[in-house]
Design a binder for this molecule. Structure first.
Ligand code: ZN
Length: 564
């Protein structure tokens, strides 16, 4: 089936409720393990149907198809989803208490039951209204950030439109652009913080109702942190501070030398070379041909995968009137179909879509036949590994896309990855502060954030930008609004991807095999097991990051020499 043949119809939550309840009763009454298995099957069919229609409505809204209609459908699902989540939670409860649990674990593996436990820790009937309220806040967030604009260089720009100018080679231009973008945040600062504060208080209250001291533990459960806790994450951040932060400061010094400036300012950070960052060669159509060639040569599996994506029209990357901004990959379980969404602009980001998002799509493709939905779509800590690692495993094809700029691209990929790690650690620590002290004021949040920047990004210099200097940078990070504690997953994935890259320097074929093993298990194993399966070191282990940091440093200095 091609994408155009996928049918949308609204799934009435009342029907779902009725069917779900009946199946749960049947599950409780079932007198054999086989009967319970077939009920699980039926429950999963209902779940797949609901999730697929929800995803299709969102996708079509983003694509700009019958916008009004699908917007309404999305609003409907936002209301219905917490109820649906509650039903899934009911199912998880009976699953975990099944009299045939031993056999079920034997058949489906432990991970399903662990995931079930996590869900029980963060969803319950008495917080459905709060969850619905939280969903509404997400919509409010999207509307607020999408609606604000400012005139810049004769154009009316939205809040996310400044990036091209901020990445400009012309120092005055990027400074000017950054300042103007800052003004936009300044103008709407109060509204933004008020919204953020409502997010925090809503979550805090939910956590109290669930019997927690604050939202932190509940947030961890929501992110399915299985097999590690906040102390282990703190250990990971500590290693970043010890081995990555000093390396970043050294790279910043080299960067300022390359750019011929006395001191690197905040607006210089995105530009790595005096004559500009790497540029993508060719238009979107050529990109697709080159991507086909890349995945054909990478392996038989990737060849089959990408051909499938092209044949079934499972991506939409064109820039069009009415199509929303964004870049993501999703999975429509009913049709066992991954889908890649982005808006190509002829910049490096277009390439990232075909490596990063295609990494997600590749894993979905490999896991599409798992009967258990939890195993097709892994939690974020695991799924970002597939995408991040793909960005590095496609290294041998960079010349096709970047020509002479391939080394420059690789340099930026590595150094941006390193600085991102430090930034991620700061955001993660910040969110612990936010939810441990839910009644902190805006000023307290800002001053704590500025302290964290000094700890993790000590070379950052905001010059005379008062707004950023007082500590308001974090308002730019969308995840702190809609996805608390999500951000560290990018860090876990980044270090794991660096680990893959490091090992690929010695034996590419072996690393590809390891990567395939990691993708094939999908969500059926927790993060720590997945890392082991990939023959990689756990980022929570002391000493796991030092070796990688040294290897990157050596490589990146060599690259820099070549680029001189
Ligand atoms: Zn991703």
């Amino acid at each position: 089936m091609k994408y155009a043949d996928f049918k949308y119809e609204r799934i009435e939550i009342k029907e779902v409720q009725k069917d779900f309840k009946e199946l749960i009763n049947q599950f409780l009454d079932a007198d054999s393990f086989q009967k319970q298995c077939s009920i699980i099957d039926n429950i999963n069919k209902i779940r797949d149907e609901f999730i697929s229609m929800h995803i299709l409505s969102e996708l079509r809204k983003c694509l700009g198809v019958d916008k009004e209609l699908y917007r309404k459908e999305c609003d409907y699902y936002n209301e219905a989803e917490p109820i649906f989540d509650g039903l899934v939670c009911d199912y998880y409860k009976v699953l975990n208490n099944s009299k045939f649990k031993e056999e079920l674990v034997e058949k489906f593996g432990e991970q399903l039951f662990k995931l079930a436990e996590m869900k029980e820790k963060c969803v319950s009937d008495n917080i459905v209204v709060d969850l619905q309220h939280e969903k509404k806040l997400v919509t409010e967030y999207v509307d607020l950030f999408d609606s604000v604009t400012r005139e810049f260089e004769g154009e009316e720009l939205g809040i996310w439109d400044f990036s091209t100018h901020i990445n400009s080679n012309d120092r005055n231009m990027r400074k000017h652009a950054y300042e103007n973008e800052t003004e936009l945040f300044k103008e709407h600062e109060e509204k933004m913080h008020d919204l953020f504060d409502r997010f925090v208080k809503t979550r805090h209250e939910m956590a109290l109702k669930m019997g927690y001291e604050n939202f932190v533990e509940m947030g961890y459960a929501r992110m399915n942190r299985i097999g590690y806790d906040k102390d282990m994450i703190a250990k990971f951040r500590k290693q970043i501070q010890e081995y990555i932060v000093p390396l970043n400061s050294e790279l910043a010094k080299r960067q300022s030398k390359r750019l011929g400036v006395d001191k690197l300012k905040y607006y210089d950070e995105p530009v790595h070379f005096l004559n500009g960052n790497a540029e993508l060669k060719g238009d979107p159509k050529e990109m697709i041909d080159k991507t086909l060639k890349m995945y054909r040569e990478l392996s038989n599996d990737t060849n089959e995968f990408f051909k499938h994506m092209v044949d079934k029209n499972l991506f939409d990357v064109e820039k069009r009137e009415g199509k929303e901004e964004g870049g993501f990959c999703t999975f429509i379980p009913k049709y066992k179909a991954p889908f890649i969404y982005s808006v190509c602009r002829g910049t490096i980001d277009d390439f990232v879509v075909f490596t990063h998002e295609a990494g997600h799509a590749f894993q979905f493709y490999l896991c599409k036949d798992y009967d258990i939905p939890e195993y097709c779509v892994p939690p974020e800590d695991v799924c970002e590994i597939h995408s991040k690692a793909m960005e590095f495993l496609t290294e041998p094809w960079l010349e096709d896309f970047f020509g002479d700029d391939a080394d420059k691209y690789m340099y930026s990929l590595m150094s941006t990855g390193l600085s991102k790690l430090a930034y991620i650690a700061a955001i993660d620590e910040f969110q612990h502060f936010v939810y441990e002290k839910p009644f902190a004021t805006y000023e307290e949040r800002n001053s704590h954030w500025r302290e964290l920047e000094k700890k993790y990004i000590p070379h950052r210099d905001y010059e005379e930008n008062d707004f950023l200097e007082k500590g308001s940078y974090w308002l730019r990070q969308s995840h702190v609004f809609w996805g608390p504690f999500y951000y560290i997953d990018y860090g876990l994935a980044q270090i794991t991807a660096f680990n893959f890259w490091h090992k690929a320097q010695e034996d590419r074929e072996k690393v590809w095999e390891d990567y395939m093993n990691v993708c094939r298990v999908g969500g059926s194993k927790p993060f720590v097991d997945v890392v082991k399966l990939g023959n990689l070191k756990s980022p929570f282990e002391d000493g796991s990051i030092e070796e990688i940091a040294n290897s990157i440093k050596e490589y990146i200095c060599e690259l820099e020499d070549r680029l001189k």
